[in-house]
Design a protein around this ligand. Structure first.
Ligand code: PLP
Length: 242
């Protein structure tokens, strides 16, 4: 059945891409003097069909990221998720909180106190702990969601104090059209924030995930200490928005 819609070549392309990005990720880690095992590889699956995602999982992908609640929930029953972690990485509206809590392992895109409060309320009501990353608008872009760098520390403390919430780290998306050298600076600024907050050892904050780096900039992110790279097009090819 799957073969009908996903010819062997398409699945082979995904397998080849995964093999290649794994090698590139490992090389970037080694170049940065890091252990490749410190960098987790996430397959970003927005717009990708369930059969293709399942193929990636069969190739050893054990972490997937989705942007939209509805898209994820509609694909989820078809996914073979045993042993696979799922993260929400897209902007989350507070009215979707009730649908997503308990459906993913980590919400990486906590970008406001208001959203964190809504998650906490729901986490308490359902008695489900809510693991989150704080999304940082590292370049201060007008159009982007996320905490300003100077607000992250206080926000982390405040969110960690909300019942049911577990702060696990930080996430960022680098500006799309920035030069490589600028992107490197933004990633290094993220690394500094991450290390500073971790060093404070605040209650209920475990700073173990620094989620940064996408298909076009993951080597730079790994050089700046990323522990989780989020790759979509490098694994699945150019996205076809339907
Ligand atoms: C789409 C997306 C990615 C992956 O983007 P690629 O450039 O295709 O690797 C990573 N992170 C977030 C938040 C995304 O929305």
């Amino acid at each position: 059945m799957t073969e009908k819609y996903y010819p062997e070549e398409r699945l082979q392309e995904i397998s080849d891409n995964i093999k290649r990005v794994r090698e590139t990720v490992a090389q970037a880690a080694i170049r940065a003097g890091r252990d490749p095992a410190e960098v987790r590889l996430m397959a970003v699956t927005k717009t990708v069909a369930a059969a293709e995602i399942n193929h990636a999982i069969s190739c050893g992908i054990d972490l997937i990221g989705e942007n939209k609640v509805q898209e994820f929930l509609s694909k989820k029953p078809q996914l073979q998720l045993s042993g696979v972690e799922t993260h929400m990485i897209g902007h989350l509206q507070t009215n979707k909180v009730k649908d997503i809590l308990g459906q993913v392992d980590v919400i990486q895109s906590v970008d406001s106190l208001r959203l964190a409060q809504a998650l906490s309320k729901r986490a308490q009501a359902q008695n489900i702990p809510c693991k989150v990353l704080l999304e940082v608008n590292i370049a201060g872009e007008e159009s982007k969601f996320g905490f300003c760098p100077q607000d992250v520390r206080a926000a982390a403390q405040e969110i960690a104090n909300l019942p049911g919430m577990q702060v696990r780290g930080l996430m960022t998306v680098a500006p799309m059209l920035a030069k490589k050298s600028e992107v490197c600076t933004f990633f290094i600024n993220m690394q500094r924030l991450f290390i500073d907050i971790r060093a404070e050892k605040m209650d209920n904050i475990t700073m173990d995930i620094l989620s940064m780096g996408m298909s076009d900039d993951f080597s730079e992110a790994i050089a700046a200490g990323s522990t989780l790279v989020r790759l979509g097009s490098a694994i699945f090819g150019i996205r076809q928005y339907r």
